[in-house]
Design a protein around this ligand. Structure first.
Ligand code: ADP
Ligand code: ADP
Length: 233
């Protein structure tokens, strides 16, 4: 089942009199349960494509169908709603609220989704348990290691049961041992049927994915199956 389909997506940024064609024409399909890495040099359009796929931005032209819905021309409010329902974001910089506990951080998306307090706490606790942090619910982010912070962010991404996990350089701020632990967790999430798209510039991190899409100058340069993805321990 197709979860993402982009057809001839173009994105042009206007800077005064100048135009930058960040995406020249990108057509890709991702099926439910796939694990894809986006690679490519700086400026090749990775963030632009991730922002469009994540409904943070819309293409200048072309069609984007997310989970059966055409989201190409949606308003800001409609996109926000789709985003909250369909997408779990994981960022390089974790983006946790420093004054809030792990439980509160993870429960945050559930407030927008309209759940009551007891249900939010139960779901957030389950999500934290699922990433191995069931004993850290009342800790604040600054009381955790980098890897643990990223686990909290992953729990927050998963708590709404999104259609897709979008991870932008998820290991970019982690040492290599911790990076592999996080990739181990992604491997488990993929085994459980989650759809994962991550951006990375590190070959050994991309090698955990089952498919590697390379961008260059706003175009897909290659799109290949990884015949032998790195496996969990
Ligand atoms: P990557 O993530 O692969 O580094 P980006 O998608 O960030 O690439 O950028 C692609 C191109 O679009 C670059 O030339 C970049 O300078 C340009 N670009 C990205 N965002 C903006 C923006 N908000 N305004 C103007 N130009 C942008
Ligand atoms: P970078 O790829 O430069 O490290 P980030 O991963 O922090 O940037 O963010 C990628 C994109 O997602 C940016 O366009 C940013 O505006 C947006 N973004 C960052 N944090 C959030 C958030 N918590 N919710 C929604 N969008 C966000």
């Amino acid at each position: 089942k197709k979860i993402i389909e982009t057809k001839d997506i173009k994105k042009t940024y206007r800077m005064g009199a100048e135009e930058v064609q960040a995406l020249k024409s990108v057509s890709i399909e991702v099926n439910k349960g796939e694990y894809v890495a986006f690679m490519g040099p700086s400026g090749s359009g990775k963030s632009t494509l991730m922002n469009i796929i994540g409904c943070l931005d819309t293409p200048t032209s072309g069609i984007y169908i997310l989970n059966g819905k055409d989201v190409s021309d949606m308003s800001e409010n409609e996109l926000a709603e789709i985003r909250n329902k369909e997408i779990g974001f994981v960022f390089q910089t974790f983006n946790l609220l420093p004054r809030a506990s792990c439980l509160e951080n993870v429960a945050l998306p559930l407030i927008y989704a309209g759940y009551g307090k007891a249900e939010r706490e139960e779901k957030a606790f389950q999500a934290l348990k699922n990433v191995g942090l069931g004993d850290r619910v009342n800790h604040k982010p600054n009381e955790l290691s980098g890897g643990q912070r990223q686990r909290v962010a992953i729990a927050r991404a998963l708590v709404n049961d999104p259609s897709i996990i979008l991870a932008d350089e998820p290991t970019g701020n982690l040492d290599s041992k911790t990076s592999y632990d996080i990739m181990e967790l992604f491997h488990e999430l993929h085994q459980k049927g989650n759809t994962i798209i991550m951006v990375t510039h590190e070959d050994d991190i991309a090698h955990y994915a089952h498919r590697i899409v390379r961008l260059r100058d706003g175009l897909v340069e290659s799109d290949t199956v990884n015949p032998n993805p790195t496996r969990g321990k």
